[in-house]
Design a binder for this molecule. Structure first.
Ligand SMILES: C[S@@+](CC[C@H](N)C(=O)[O-])C[C@H]1O[C@@H](n2cnc3c(N)ncnc32)[C@H](O)[C@@H]1O
Length: 258
């Protein structure tokens, strides 16, 4: 774990998300002002209600889909998974972070939700899903290759003709956001500090979380989806204070793609 004192190597993405899953999982999933370091805890009903709203909006983008076997890619603390569970026979929760998955598992026990399954993106995809969703995740995967790997995983998890929805930020709307996606100051500072043996909990407590963030142009993303045999069937646009984002409804081609 990157929180180990005396360990001066570069932290991996999994280690960064494991620290966040351990120390500040809800903020790491939904970074709003004034909810750092446990600020979501007294408002978890609101936190999970945002998932219900997002899932409803995403389902309308793919009205012809079969929602019986769902893949939630980058499931975090289950903000979407718990909203999806009543619609599905099975929801597969895929996350790089085992501590996020532990949090999700504990919450599922409390809620007595039994139709969740936990998968790692580092294992081969399990085929047979009829619908997939990935929100607030692709923007955190460093580089084009990370996004390609995730989309390929999602594609290979889906049955041919299966639908899905992904969301990506496509443009910045503030100077702060432009600095963030151009220079990645958080990501660089966190790594430099870890190399200097500054413990991860100290960094997170002081607002240095190490989360990578990039925007993906709509043209680059749709080209990549096309190369992978994912055909865009619908799109919707939205905005936050700092970013514009697009949600793409898509269908997996019935013919093989690389
Ligand atoms: C900002 S959270 C979003 C969680 C959830 N999708 C939601 O909307 O509530 C991003 C999640 O992606 C996970 N993650 C990061 N890299 C990943 C990867 N390569 N594959 C799968 N999950 C990843 C993180 O551990 C984290 O739980």
């Amino acid at each position: 774990m990157s929180g180990r004192q005396g360990d001066a190597r570069e932290p991996s993405e999994a280690e960064i998300w494991n620290e966040l899953g351990r120390l500040d999982p809800y903020w790491a999933v939904l970074a709003r002002s004034r909810v750092r370091l446990g600020g979501w805890l007294p408002r978890l009903t609101s936190f999970y209600t945002t998932g219900v709203e997002d899932v409803a909006a995403c389902m309308t983008l793919t009205p012809d889909a079969d929602f019986s076997q769902i893949l939630d890619y980058g499931s975090g603390t289950g903000r979407l998974s718990f909203a999806l569970a009543p619609h599905a026979e099975l929801v597969s929760c895929v996350d790089l972070s085992v501590t996020m998955q532990d949090r999700l598992r504990d919450e599922a026990t409390v809620r007595q939700v039994t139709n969740l399954r936990f998968l790692s993106p580092q294992d081969p995809p399990v085929p047979g899903h009829t619908w997939a969703i990935s929100l607030l995740t692709l923007q955190h995967l460093p580089g084009h290759d990370g996004v390609r790997d995730a989309l390929r995983y999602i594609r290979d998890s889906l049955v041919p003709g299966g639908f899905g929805v992904i969301e990506v930020p496509t443009a910045t709307r503030s100077v702060l956001a432009r600095v963030n996606v151009t220079f990645h100051p958080q990501w660089r500072l966190y790594r430099a500090a870890r190399r200097m043996r500054i413990p991860a909990p100290w960094l997170i407590r002081h607002g240095i979380h190490g989360i990578y963030f990039h925007v993906l142009s709509a043209s680059a993303l749709t080209q990549l989806m096309g190369e992978l045999g994912l055909t865009v069937t619908a799109r919707s646009e939205g905005e936050t204070k700092h970013y514009s984002f697009v949600r793409y409804g898509f269908v997996r081609s019935t013919t093989a793609s690389p």
